[in-house]
Design a protein around this ligand. Structure first.
Ligand code: FES
Length: 243
């Protein structure tokens, strides 16, 4: 099976006008005019990361170039800075489906199997609130802890965490329309990845398409070691887009 025929379970079927092409040494070329918003992480009553709030919207065209090297002076758009920026544009992430990767693990509880591939963590931290999703998955016989688990996993922007319902025998995914967001983390004082929602296909320079997924986070700072995906390096780098 060619990779462009692969779709992760729970990913919606969408209009073919949507697509993100990655240029070998340049930006993300976004087709189809999905919306683009800045989403800022907000805390719960205990000061833990808990949800997102929309801060800004950005104009999109039928075809829009978004910065991938982290150095544009016109972020979130590309201004050609990738030609002289100090970055490695190489795409090193495996084409293997995220859940089939050797680093993926499964945590089982009464209602759900929680799949986890830590290579795709973007350090938003919502999954760590209220004693963490990894504990909650074992205690879903308590409705409050079940609700915490579902809340945390569906807000994992990269899809590192994913729930499989044992009763329904299917993956449970949030209902996401094809859209984009850029994540702002005021607590960690940094800006984060490009959040690609709703199954927009992502195409490599060689024409191969990554496994289509409902929740994906693409590196925007230029420093990830798992490109095109974010690996959380923007936190250590304290990268800011200053939008
Ligand atoms: S934006 Fe997260 S590693 Fe680049």
């Amino acid at each position: 099976m060619k990779n462009d025929e692969k779709t992760e379970p729970g990913t919606p079927t969408i209009d073919a006008k949507y697509k993100i092409e990655i240029l070998a040494k340049g930006p993300y070329i976004v087709h189809g005019k999905p919306t683009l918003e800045q989403k800022r992480i907000i805390n719960n009553e205990d000061g833990e990361p808990w949800d997102y709030i929309k801060d800004k919207s950005f104009e999109m065209q039928e075809v829009t170039s978004l910065c991938r090297c982290g150095e544009s002076k016109n972020k979130p758009y590309c201004d050609g800075a990738h030609t002289h920026a100090n970055w490695n544009p190489e795409l090193t992430a495996p084409m293997t489906p995220l859940l089939e990767d050797e680093d993926a693990q499964v945590y089982s509880g009464p209602d759900y199997d929680m799949f986890d591939n830590p290579d795709y963590c973007v350090h938003v931290g919502i999954c760590m609130a209220k004693n963490a999703a990894w504990r909650a998955v074992r205690h879903t016989d308590d409705p409050e802890r079940k609700a915490v688990l579902e809340h945390e996993v569906e807000r994992c922007p990269s899809g590192r965490l994913k729930l499989f319902s044992k009763e329904e025998k299917k993956f449970i995914e949030p209902d996401l329309k094809p859209s984009l967001a850029i994540i702002e983390d005021t607590k960690k004082k940094c800006s984060g990845p490009l959040w690609v929602m709703g199954g927009i296909p992502i195409v490599r320079p060689d024409g191969e398409t990554y496994v289509r997924r409902n929740r994906v986070t693409l590196c925007r700072c230029g420093q990830s070691h798992n490109k095109p995906y974010c690996d959380g390096s923007h936190v250590a780098e304290q990268w800011k887009d200053n939008l």
